[in-house]
Design a protein around this ligand. Sequence first.
Ligand SMILES: [Zn+2]
Ligand SMILES: [Zn+2]
Length: 412
Amino acid sequence: MYSEYHDEPLAELRRLADRLSGLDPAELSDDELSVDLIGLRRQLDRFDAVYTRLARAAECRGIGLEDGARSTAGWISWKTGRTPAAVHHTLKIGEVCEVLPRTARLWAAGEITTPAVEAITAARVAHADEALVACEDDLLEPALRRDHRILRVMTRHFKECALADGSRPAPTDGITLSELNGRTVVHGEFNGTAAETITHAISTFTPPPGEHDDRTAAERRAEAWTRICEVALARGTDAEPARPAVTYFTHRRTDGMQPLTIAGFTGVIGPADRDRILCDCDLTEIAVDELGLPASIGRATGTWTAGTRRAIVARDGHCRFPGCDLPAPWTDVHHVVHREHGGPSITTNGVCLCRRHHTFLHRHPDWTTTFEHQHLRVYRPDGTELDPDPWRDGPDAHAGTAMNPVTLTLTA
Ligand SMILES: [Zn+2]
Ligand SMILES: [Zn+2]
């Protein structure tokens, strides 16, 4: 079936594998063992690159279909014993390598690792290949330094930015409570800032393991969760939310680059959530030197002064999103014209929005709003107004000082 020449590289590889299989770790010094261990892994990564390229080529040619397999992936899975998911993962990487030829070249040359290529592959978002190609060199820079932690931060940031155009529904958060054998099972799923807040709270309230404490981490977290609920119930539902509860680090926005935002526990935060946080938070400026190390730290300043916030809360009374009546003390104060677009923190540029509607507006940059005579009007992407009745609250609501209309297109 094969020409003799074609079989040559594999025959050589088999001979090499025989030799390596004969290695006895017991006979190696510590130095030799570590050199062989890491050196072998590097070469195996290069073989991963070759295997992936061959698998992708087989898929393009439809190999295995003639023998009755449903797909080449199924055929590879059958022949190699890999799960279908593992084969699909390989084929996905093979596709990305065609989009990013420099990545493929460096992988095959052993300059970057298989996990690095997997991280870059995980950043791929449908219809955003052009942006991925534009970022290839930036992603390869930490990969070449073998700084996989920074690489993963960057690939996640890229993905968050690519997903932030508002055209894809964000996965929703949820908690379910169910009964199982007389016990209550709590299952929750969160992302973005909600995930950070919950992780931060549980971590803060979880007692450290004591010397004579043989409880598992899960048991200590359960105690923390109960304690959080007790504290929350004691404060009651009328308590104003304490702010800021959670710390994020972000860069100042510069032209052409989405600022990277990192939360302490859950890592990268998407650009829409960043804009929402910036609307209403305490901000501390940290100046960095040319090496990126903190040089001076400014004083924390709240976005809204206590007086301005009180005035806006008293004026609005509740979340101003059409149809929402969540009480104002539970809301964020949203900048109608965002701070980073020069919007000032004054009453005429601030409007109360509950967390749900605040997040919604920042995550949907194609929705627009106007803020006129203390009336927030919200328009869908097709230009139709969400609730076109401007007199919902009666004429008294417009008795305040006449204000200049402000139009905003949110661009995240
Ligand atoms: Zn906002
Ligand atoms: Zn609302």
